[in-house]
Design a protein around this ligand. Structure first.
Ligand SMILES: C[S@@+](CC[C@H](N)C(=O)[O-])C[C@H]1O[C@@H](n2cnc3c(N)ncnc32)[C@H](O)[C@@H]1O
Length: 336
């Protein structure tokens, strides 16, 4: 090899390594469509894109939960479903438009596992008084938070003296059970148990954008249109609390379609499935949170499901494939 050839090869190698470094930094920010088109430009980018896709499909939670939550698909070639991850309720204005996903943990350990950093309380009540327990709260400590039964489910919160390891804060440290997201030909992606889960276990919060009702209603209209033509699987959950008179006294709208956690993959079952939907309040927190707990023992590989509601306004609504013996044949639908 003459000197000119040698110099040319060294320059190409240097260019290559600069390209790899740049690509490793930028590609994890790309939407799957852009990632796919970038990958078709050259062999190096193709290789990097493929490894990013592999890492994305190995953990939907982007390392934000204790255990990775993999996507498993033996139906078609979609490796994962793209959305921005949040473990809590979030205001639309606070959503990051781009969130890295799929970094190589060996080259950028600083950008992986930003921590299991949960702050479940979006709005706090200044000066609110919760319990004054010094050790873990339970019935024997006579924790007053455990006696707030007339207000439904109640956990210790930002107004309490007890620490984050208190036994009455089970829903405040993210997802602590092994889960996976599996694709089904008829119901799409669904959330499954990745291990045996005993009855009464906290599974996850329904995390996503917290919306005012007007915004929720206008998004719902758009989502309904897109869903009826099969272009979108919307994940806008509306939960209402009623007075004994049946009048609505509280309404929460959480949209996990664009931003959310793995609760956005939980499918409907007409028999109520194996999850209880609990509205959880905490001392010192303004807003209740919507949380799922197992309503019975759940076996490894069993799908986690809950009922989306009892009202079916649209007779020609989306078909239901829950497979339960009491299936109505149509998914719940109501005017939100
Ligand atoms: C909150 S998403 C659940 C995750 C969704 N399967 C996905 O692939 O992203 C709600 C959508 O899932 C589908 N789905 C949920 N439960 C279903 C069921 N029992 N039968 C048919 N489709 C269902 C419908 O398309 C519905 O609009």
């Amino acid at each position: 090899m003459n000197n000119n050839n040698k110099r040319e090869k060294t320059t190409i190698n240097q260019n290559d390594s600069a390209l790899i470094q740049c690509a490793e930094l930028i590609l994890p920010y790309l939407h799957p469509v852009d990632l796919a088109s970038t990958s078709s430009t050259c062999k190096t980018l193709n290789k990097i894109s493929n490894s990013i896709t592999l890492r994305r499909s190995s953990d939907a939670s982007r390392s934000l939960e204790k255990f990775p939550i993999p996507f498993i698909n033996s139906i078609d070639n979609q490796s994962y479903s793209y959305f921005i991850y949040t473990g809590n309720q979030i205001l639309s204005a606070a959503v990051q438009p781009r969130q890295p996903w799929g970094y190589d943990p060996d080259t950028r350990p600083d950008l992986i596992n930003p921590g299991h950093c949960y702050d479940p309380f979006l709005f706090r009540v200044e000066g609110a008084k919760g319990c004054e327990c010094e050790r873990g709260c339970d019935r024997s400590s006579r924790c007053p938070c455990l006696d707030n039964v007339e207000f439904g489910a109640w956990e210790c919160g930002p107004g309490c003296q007890c620490g984050s390891d208190c036994g009455n804060r089970v829903s405040q440290s993210g997802i602590l059970v092994k889960l996976k997201i599996v694709k089904d030909r008829r119901t799409g992606w669904g959330l499954y148990a990745g291990e045996f889960i005993p009855k009464g276990q906290f599974i996850c919060e329904y995390a996503g954008e917290l919306l005012v009702t007007k915004e929720a209603q206008s998004r719902q209209q758009i989502y309904d249109q897109l869903a009826s033509s099969g272009q979108l699987s919307p994940a806008l959950l509306v939960v209402k609390e009623h007075l004994p008179s049946r009048d609505v006294c509280m309404r929460i709208n959480v949209d996990a379609t664009r931003v959310g956690n793995v609760a956005r993959f939980i499918n409907h079952s007409c028999d109520g499935g194996n999850l209880d939907t609990i509205i959880l309040r905490s001392s010192g927190s303004v807003l209740p949170r919507i949380c799922f707990f197992s309503s019975r023992d759940v076996q490894n590989n069993e799908e986690l499901k809950f009922s989306y509601g009892d009202i079916r306004l649209k007779k020609q609504g989306l078909p239901c494939f829950c497979g339960s013996s009491c299936c109505f044949g149509v998914l719940p639908s109501e005017n939100t």
